[in-house]
Design a binder for this molecule. Structure first.
Ligand code: GLV
Ligand code: MN
Ligand code: MN
Length: 414
């Protein structure tokens, strides 16, 4: 493809802004939890755009959505691209959506140029990349790759105790969950465009990140049961305060992550629910949700083991009961050298600067990597800010990402 793609950047930016307005929060807050009313409206909006672009849309039993552009040799495995449109509470407008609407724009550009792909090109909108509702990330791609099997999926509950089966049926997804799994080799290659969610590209003034590996995420849920009581009447000796016990665990996790000495080890306690949650009542129960990641899976596992050891130690010393549940501990993924080479050639051709880098955030590509060669294309985001309403990627950055994605898809599908 020698012609410069005829990007409709204004149109794409307007679509991103429109999608951001479909939210459970007041703008600029984007909240779109899977199977919520906002998620369903957002799906309808994006599906409408795909159909208008001439793509054939299909949905699977968990709501993964596939917008297909048939190639000249439809029997060949397609080239895939895509990301997610669900958003955590209080999120911004670019996480996931750039890969979906940017992927669609890349396809529209190629169609407008009269390009006819040899392999089909398929845009995928994955269900529930975010763990907000069911506590586990990448639900759709995890099931697609058979990392989460239907029996495990059926056991998932949200905070209100509503099961996956009930919620997906209410959202209009009814088929057999077994049919979500795709066979190895289903995609010839898969490329996901995404914002970096870190500061490096912007700081270094580089247009694009070519992602070589995706870090290994793990999540451990911890429930601490102590003894409640009157905050005035119960004296300090002999207390079994579940929150002070939790405080030790939170700090133990922080120091375990720091002690690896590796910049790539990160750990977070993002959920701390205190029961009964009254100022004059000693906390009797606390629920923590932890998130631990590293590009090195074995090093990540050592942090996890340190946390479990701290749980046993705190239970012992403080006389509280500590129960743990491993939600997930996924291995890292390596990206495909051939796609990286194609992205590199495409970036050069497009006159964009680039560097190779790792992704510390997880993405659906982490799971697609189990069934197809993957790579990711990162664009900068202002200040490295993500998962916040002020998340921002400039039109120039978005345009560069879509431009190079279009060239990459064209080369891979030729
Ligand atoms: C994805 O949203 C992540 O938390 O990395
Ligand atoms: Mn996210
Ligand atoms: Mn994302």
């Amino acid at each position: 493809m020698s012609t410069r793609p005829n990007l409709s950047l204004d149109g794409l930016l307007a679509e991103l802004a429109e999608l951001a307005r479909i939210s459970e929060g007041e703008p600029p807050v984007v909240t779109r939890v899977v199977f919520s009313e906002a998620d369903l409206r957002a799906r309808a909006y994006v599906k409408g755009l795909c159909t208008a672009a001439g793509l054939t849309v299909r949905e699977d039993a968990i709501g993964n959505t596939f917008a297909h552009w048939q190639g000249r040799e439809p029997e060949l495995a397609p080239v895939g691209t895509g990301s997610h449109i669900d958003a955590i509470p209080n999120a911004g407008s670019y996480d996931g959506t750039v890969g979906v609407l940017g992927g669609l724009e890349a396809i529209r550009v190629l169609r407008q140029l009269g390009f006819t792909p040899r392999r089909s090109i398929e845009l995928v909108i994955f269900t529930a990349e975010e763990p907000t509702r069911f506590g586990i990330g990448c639900l759709g791609s995890r099931m697609m790759a058979s990392v989460l099997i239907p029996a495990q999926a059926l056991a998932l509950r949200d905070k209100e105790g509503r099961g996956l089966e009930e919620l997906r049926a209410q959202a209009g997804f009814n088929g057999a969950l077994e049919s979500v799994a795709l066979a190895g080799g289903h995609y010839y290659k898969f490329v996901e465009l995404h914002i970096e969610q870190g500061p490096l590209l912007e700081q270094e003034g580089i247009d694009l990140g070519l992602v070589t590996a995706i870090a290994a995420p793990a999540s451990l849920r911890i429930q601490i049961e102590g003894e409640g009581g009157h905050a005035g009447g119960k004296l300090m000796p002999g207390r079994k305060d579940a929150l002070t016990a939790s405080a030790e665990l939170i700090l133990a996790l922080e120091s375990a992550a720091k002690s690896t000495g590796a910049i790539d080890t990160v750990a977070t306690v993002g959920v701390c629910e205190v029961f009964p949650g009254a100022v004059n009542s000693i906390p009797s129960r606390v629920r923590l949700e932890t998130d631990i990641r590293d590009i090195d899976g074995a090093r990540r596992d050592r942090v996890l083991e340190n946390l479990k050891a701290a749980c046993a130690d705190v239970a012992n010393r403080r006389g509280v009961a500590v129960a743990t549940e491993l939600v997930n501990a996924d291995p890292p993924a390596s990206c495909d050298e051939e796609i990286l080479a194609v992205m590199e050639a495409s970036a050069k051709e497009a006159g964009r600067s680039y560097k190779r880098m790792v992704s510390r955030a997880y993405h659906d590509s982490l799971f697609v990597a189990r069934i197809a060669p993957v790579a990711m294309l990162f664009i900068p985001c202002r200040g490295g800010v993500s998962h916040r309403p002020d998340e921002y990627a400039s039109p120039k950055w978005v345009g560069a990402g879509v431009h190079v994605l279009a060239r990459t898809l064209a080369r891979l599908a030729s």
